[in-house]
Structure formats: structure tokens, C-alpha cells
Design a protein around this ligand. Structure first.
Ligand SMILES: [Zn+2]
Length: 129
């Protein structure tokens, strides 16, 4: 991943910031300057809920070179307690122990390493509660 993209995504990936529309009150992620439901520009950042539950999950066995050292791993769609749905890796969990409806909490971890001397990207993942 290129440094400009990492910079653009830092508030979402590093700080877990979403956006709330002050007109229709829906919460969204990732950050957008216009509400995806009503188009309003009257939005504000807010801190995503840090707990939620697994809606769906899958085991990843093939991925990009920078992630291959981590395979196999679990990837899931998580519904946070504030209703926002996010995609994230499940960590600290054996592959055969993941379950739908499992309660999880957001944790801050290394997402990927771009070579031995390249960028290390950090962000959120999810661990069972
Ligand atoms: Zn709206």
C-alpha cells in the first residue's frame, strides 16, 4: 500500500473514527464528507464502538505478498455495538473456534509489513471477548 493511501485512511484505521450524519443521524464507516444515505454535508466524526459481534467470517488462505506470512487467518464482518458494520481480521482465536454471533473487541495491531525495510501498517483487528 502506498504512503498517500495510508495517510488518507489514518483516521479510520488508526483512530477508528467513523462519521455521523447530523440530518438523518445514520453512522457510517469509513469517513466520508457527504452522508451516503441523504447526501448531506452536515456530518461529524465520531469514535466507533470498540465492541461488537461477528456476523459472518471466512478463512483466508491466499492473499497479497505482504500478508502471506499471516495465512491462514480469519476475516469477518463485524457489527459494532453502534450498528456500524466493518470488515476486520479476527485474532487471538483458533480457526476452528470462530463462531457467528461471537462477541469481539477492537484491538490495535500490525496489519501488514511491506518488506523487511518497508512500511509497517497498523490498524484495528478484533479479538474474542
Ligand atoms: Zn444523512
Amino acid at each position: 500500500m502506498e504512503p498517500p493511501k495510508i495517510w488518507r485512511e489514518k483516521r479510520g484505521k488508526y483512530l477508528a473514527m467513523g462519521v455521523e450524519c447530523l440530518d438523518c443521524m445514520i453512522k457510517q464507516f469509513p469517513f466520508t464528507e457527504n452522508c451516503s444515505k441523504c447526501g448531506s454535508e452536515n456530518v461529524k466524526e465520531y469514535k466507533l464502538a470498540t465492541t461488537g459481534k461477528v456476523l459472518h467470517f471466512s478463512t483466508v488462505t491466499q492473499t497479497t505478498d505482504e500478508m502471506m506470512g499471516s495465512t491462514p487467518y480469519l476475516i469477518a464482518i463485524i457489527e459494532l455495538d453502534d450498528g456500524v458494520k466493518v470488515t476486520g481480521q479476527i485474532v487471538d482465536c483458533n480457526l476452528n473456534e470462530a463462531k457467528e454471533s461471537m462477541n469481539v473487541r477492537m484491538v490495535f495491531r500490525v496489519l501488514a509489513r511491506n518488506g523487511s525495510e518497508g512500511l509497517i501498517r497498523y490498524g484495528y483487528k478484533f479479538a474474542p471477548i
